[in-house]
Design a binder for this molecule. Structure first.
Ligand code: MF3
Ligand code: CO
Length: 295
């Protein structure tokens, strides 16, 4: 089944990407290259996953809001506040800048942001009852819709004095994202990126959650491909310029196993109760590497 379907345009027709250039001077060689890779058996992105210059402008504008919202949280987060207050900050700042918080009502998610503390791996739901304590580590995962375009990134925050081991975990989780970034290279495989991230975590005595990963993001909140971080080298989708996805490994200090809160249907915890940390970056694959869209 051919996935990369493209209409063979006339060489002199305007390119499908909307650049205004002739097809032969724009995406013709590119289309042929993907087509050939697919014939050779590589998993390639469908055409819809490739962002046009106009899409990229739109995603950049969305990401600008996403970053501003995270900066606002960073300047105001403190011990003694509730995660509900973080939710209010995210809602207010996002809407003030003309955006919509993407998590709000997404598949029934009740809040504007995910706030995941300590042994919570991801999808923590803000609540007036959850008060940040000295020594907590928290992931604040912000996603924005602006003008129909989606952005998504998250950061860790250490509240007051945190233990050395929690600080260590937060640093390793960030290094894992940086290893991921170094492996965003066009015409290489996503499975190689995931394997490199996993290796870095394991070498530093940490584990990576297997079941949850990153995702394509831009025209939808969650697009293909799924981006795992415990993948095998030589597997996965070919990274192609114009693809946009997140790198967001969930790194645990203890075992990799997790469980899901059945009551709220969202929050994921570590099975052994050990702390978990996650940073998330949204990237665009470019001709010579990557562009960070949101971090
Ligand atoms: N940013 C999170 C992710 O991509 C959002 C999860 S969906 C939500 O995994 F509704 F829980 F926000
Ligand atoms: Co995400």
């Amino acid at each position: 089944m051919v996935k990369y379907i493209y209409t063979k345009l006339d060489r002199n027709a305007p390119c499908w990407c909307g650049s205004g250039r002739k097809y032969k001077q724009c995406h013709m060689a590119f289309d042929d290259k993907i087509h050939l890779a697919e014939m050779k058996g590589y998993e390639v992105p469908s055409k819809e996953l490739l962002k046009t210059p106009a899409d990229i402008e739109g995603i950049r504008a969305s990401a600008k809001i996403n970053i501003a919202v995270l900066d606002e949280v960073a300047s105001r987060i403190h011990a003694g506040m509730s995660t509900e207050e973080i939710d209010q900050i995210v809602y207010q700042k996002t809407t003030e800048l003309g955006g919509i918080p993407a998590p709000l009502n997404y598949e029934g998610f009740p809040k504007s942001v995910c706030t995941s503390l300590n042994d919570e791996v991801c999808h923590g739901i803000p609540s007036p009852e959850i008060i940040l304590q000295d020594g907590d580590i928290i992931n604040v995962d912000v996603s924005t819709i602006y003008n129909g375009y989606f952005s998504d990134s998250s950061r860790m925050f250490c509240i007051g004095e945190v233990s050395q081991e929690k600080k260590y975990l937060v640093d390793i989780a960030k290094e894992c994202v940086e290893v991921g970034l170094k492996n965003v290279k066009p015409w290489t495989l996503l499975g190689d990126l995931g394997a490199a991230v996993h290796k870095h975590a394991l070498e530093n005595g940490c584990t990576v959650v297997r079941e949850i990963g990153g995702h394509g993001c831009g025209k939808e909140f969650h697009e293909d491909p799924w981006v795992g971080y415990t993948t095998e080298p030589g597997t996965g989708m070919l990274m192609v310029p114009g693809m946009c996805f997140t790198i967001e490994p969930m790194v645990n200090l203890g075992e990799a196993d997790v469980w899901q809160d059945e009551e709220n249907g969202w929050t994921i915890y570590t099975q052994d109760g050990s702390p978990s940390a996650q940073w998330e970056v949204q990237v665009l694959v470019t001709e010579d590497g990557y562009e960070i869209l949101s971090y």
